[in-house]
Design a protein around this ligand. Structure first.
Ligand code: NDP
Ligand code: HSE
Length: 426
């Protein structure tokens, strides 16, 4: 029986879930894998939390030296969150030759190259399945299940908190703030939920997934980002009438080596499988040049789902005789201009116009001038003489085109305001 000593950094939502799985399934791992995994050290400030989970307080401290100097520990799993002290502690662990497992996508997306370089020095391993899409084994799918493919596109819902909020707003007519509070109570949201609602968390994840899929570093700063905090419930309702559901989508494409990546709220047809992904569930399409589309679906956040990914990495790491290397991830800086692209898609535009003859013609004239074909128009009953809400859904057009047209439309005297502009995915 191989004995595997593990240290857990943090006993919050993910650390607690990890500890619970390691304890409840210890015997099962012995029987099925021949691995006896034991938690030898825990770094956590909150002793009450450790007591609640039944952790022996003799192994709890806040000093990384207790981990690094312990020869019985070969794997260090981190779920502090944030950059420091997680970065310093993990670098120390790697220098001591201990493999690391992390759920920390912010740290990993921003410092992968540094961790990779440190791991190379000692031959230690880096495992990060839990950093992207919670309990869904997407890293292993890209790395081992799809290695025969050139991956050309990644598209999906990769943040549980925003999906929970948008689902509650759409299905229950819930208020944004109340839905966010519930997501926090359920342990889905980041310590600072701005990371979720402003799309940062999803940019970290799509940066990691794209780097892995395209074998080229796609830095966080190269991902265009828009969050959901400004989404108006009115657009969710109008979208429904038009047959669309709003989702925070992460999308990246590799077209002949030219990579584009973005995170934004977009409309998907209600008949699309992504539209039926609800609550904290995540779903991602991976498009390979041989396999075509693969769709992965499962819980993207929460204690046990994320703990499942962490423990799977611990078991995987324990079985490796040689750690895997990602040489492209060692590149610290990238030229961000390489990632500039003019995204092509359909668009949804909602505006407030004057309730007078000729208004629609003026707007359609601008769209026509910019070669933007209109797929559908919805005019709502005027609320007042200068507030006749009109919604257009366009055919596919380049982002630069639609932005130019919107600027021109804003300057038409008959248009009071352009209230919303969203992409429409097929
Ligand atoms: P929590 O805030 O619930 O847990 C973090 C824990 O680490 C807290 O108990 C905190 O203690 C402790 N901690 C932080 N710094 C130190 C330190 N220096 N010394 C000792 N203890 C420390 O966060 P989560 O579990 O939700 O998230 C952890 C990581 O996992 C993040 O990187 C997150 O992005 C990632 N993740 C989270 C998921 C989720 O569903 N929640 C899913 C996938 C990934 P205290 O509170 O006392 O500061
Ligand atoms: N805050 C993240 C989310 C946790 O809501 O998806 C999982 O990475």
């Amino acid at each position: 029986m191989k004995k595997v000593g593990v240290a857990l950094l943090g006993l919050g939502t993910v650390g607690g879930g990890t500890y619970e799985i390691l304890v409840k399934n210890r015997e099962y791992f012995r029987e099925t894998l021949g691995l006896d995994v034991e938690v030898k050290a825990v770094l956590e400030k909150n002793l009450d939390r450790a007591k609640q989970l039944g952790v022996d307080l003799k192994i709890v401290s806040t000093d990384i030296a207790d981990v690094v100097k312990n020869p019985d520990i070969s794997i260090v799993a981190e779920f502090f969150g944030g950059i420091e002290p997680a970065r310093t502690f993990l670098l120390e662990a790697l220098k001591a030759g201990k493999s690391i497992v992390t759920a920390n996508k912010e740290l990993f997306s921003k410092h992968w190259y540094e961790l990779e370089a440190a791991a190379k020095q000692t031959g230690a391993g880096l495992y990060f399945e839990a950093s992207c899409v919670g309990g869904v084994p997407i890293i292993r799918t890209i790395e081992e299940g799809m290695q025969s493919n050139k991956i050309e596109q990644i598209k999906g819902i990769i943040n549980g908190t925003t999906n929970y909020i948008l689902t509650a707003m759409s299905d229950e007519g819930a208020d944004y703030a109340a839905a966010l509070k519930r997501a926090q109570e359920l342990g889905y949201a980041e310590f600072d939920p701005t990371a979720d609602v402003e799309g940062f968390d999803a940019t970290y994840k799509i940066s990691i997934l794209s780097t892995l899929a395209y074998h080229k570093r796609v830095p966080v700063e190269a991902v265009k980002r828009e969050g959901i905090s400004k989404v108006d419930a009115v657009d969710i309702q109008i979208g429904k009438e038009l047959g669309y559901t709003m989702k925070l989508l992460a999308l990246s494409k590799n077209v002949n080596g030219k990579i584009e990546a973005r995170v934004a709220p977009v409309f998907v047809p209600t008949s699309h499988p992504l539209a039926s992904v609800k609550g904290s569930f995540n779903a991602v399409y991976l498009h390979g040049d041989s396999v075509d589309d693969i769709m992965l679906y499962g819980r993207g956040a929460g204690a046990l789902p994320t703990g499942s990914a962490i423990v799977s990495d611990i078991l995987f790491a324990a079985k490796q005789s040689e750690a895997k290397r990602y040489p492209y991830a060692e590149k610290g800086k990238s030229d961000l201009k390489e990632f500039d692209t003019d995204f092509v898609s359909k668009y949804y535009i909602r505006l407030k116009a004057a309730d007078e003859e000729g208004t629609l013609a003026k707007i359609t004239h601008v769209l026509g001038k910019e070669n933007i074909n209109i797929e559908s128009v919805l005019q709502k009953k005027p609320i007042s003489s200068d507030n006749a809400p009109i919604v257009f859904v366009t055919d596919k057009t380049a982002e630069s085109n639609i932005k130019k047209a919107v600027e021109e439309i804003k300057n038409l005297g008959a248009v009071k305001e352009v209230d919303a502009l969203y992409r429409v995915e097929e």
